[in-house]
Structures are given as structure tokens and as C-alpha cells.
Design a protein around this ligand. Sequence first.
Ligand SMILES: O=C(O)CC1=CCC(=O)O1
Length: 273
Amino acid sequence: MAFLRVNGVVLHHEFRGAAGKPMLVFANSLGTDFRIWNDVAARLGGRYRVLLYDKRGHGLSEATPAPYAMSDHVKDLAALLDHHRIEKAAVVGLSVGGLIAQGLAALRPDLVAGLVLCDTAHKIGTEESWNTRIDTVLEKGIASIADGIMKLWFTPAYRSPDNADFVGYLTMLTRSPVQGYVGTCAAIRDADLTESTRALKMPVLCMVGDQDGSTPPDLVRSTAQLIRGSEFRIVAGAGHIPCVEQPEAVASLIDTFLRDAGYVKSSQAAQSV
Ligand SMILES: O=C(O)CC1=CCC(=O)O1
């Protein structure tokens, strides 16, 4: 566990996995922290050097006052990588984390060897839907929307009060800092990455849970169709957060994609963070 001030904000982050192996960076979704990647990172840590971080306003990272811009999140991640002298990484992003990953690939293609875009799109939601959510959270708190959000995140089978993991992720959401949450809602509202994502040149895998209620398969497919040569996969038995519900399938898709893209062999010797 480490803290670092970059770009005017303190970011919480952690390196795991094997030193000297290819870098794999994970970016999490709205209302979650980097622990959503624990089960995937554990499966990949023997073959990759893993960097997990909490974006601003989430987890143990500082919650600067709302609103945020997507460029704030993108520049934070670029600064974190630059600080640690990471010259090349495969970047895995879930939902808003996928928007951050797309933004980083457009701003700093030198840093990004490949992208894994999970349950995300070039544009998520509408101005109206995000403004309604921001107003509701400011007025009534995050707990007031939590039941509805859980239906987007997880399948009916997972959403049982008897499932301790489900209760844990519900708690993760409701304990999110309000400024971080609504600040990031504003960043998503204002982000339309259609043109910059269309221009991406690196290998890209898009994946989505078959029961994702937030960025459904057809939306994620439309993002994959924007990017020449990208791959598209559907993860069975998952909602919006397949890394929690189906970590084995997600880890296997990431590993196979990065091996097929030649990332594992070509960069193995290059990074020793
Ligand atoms: O609405 C949600 O919580 C799902 C979501 C949309 C963007 C994101 O990061 O998560």
C-alpha cells in the first residue's frame, strides 16, 4: 500500500505480482475501489507485475471537491505511471476505469501497449441521467440509490443478503465519498470519447458481462466496432462487474489476449518496477 501526491491529489496504489514481468495496470469503476480486482490480480500476479490504484475520490485516494473532468482522471493515471517510471503497460479498465484507459491511450499512446476494456463504452449514459443521479446523491445520499445500482452491478443469483461478498460490495458503494462519487459522475457525463477511441491503434479487447445493466453487451460491442482490429467477448454469469462475479473467466481472457498480442514475450525484460 502506498500514497503519492500527483497532479494535486493523493492517490492510493499498490504493486503486486512478479517484479520484472510485464506491467498490467487496473482501473476501477464508479463507487468501487481497487479491491474489486483482487481475485483477478491474484490469478495473474505470477506472470505480470500488477499496479492497482484508486482513482481520485475513491477508496483511500483523496476526494478533491467535485466536479471532475475525465482529463483529471486520465492525467492522474499518467502522472502515477510517470512517477514510477513505467514506460509501457497493458491497461485494464472497468466502466469509468475503461473511459480512463481509453483517454490514457489517446493522450499518451507511448505508455499503452494494449487495452482491456471491461463493461465500458466510448460514451456512457446521458447528460440527463447523470444530472439526475448527481442531484439525488447530493440530496439524499448514496444509500438512497444503492439498491438500484446493485441491480446494475450484479446478477440476481449474486444479490442475496446471505452472500457476504455482495454485502461487502454494497458497503463499498455506500461508503464512497460523496464528492468523489458525484465528481466522477460529472466526468462520465461530460466524456464523449468516440473520435479519440476510433483513432486508437494498439491491440484492444472489449469484454462485458452478459447481464450488465449499465453498459449492456450491445453498447460495448458498438465500442469494439469503432476500434479497428479489436476483439469482443461476452462473459457469462456476470453483471457490470465481471471481475468480481467471474474472476477466473476475466483473468483468462486478459491473459490469452495479451499473449496473442505478443505483449507477454516482447516486454518481459523491459520493465522492472
Ligand atoms: O451506474 C453504475 O454504478 C455503473 C457505472 C457506470 C459508470 C461506472 O463506472 O459504473
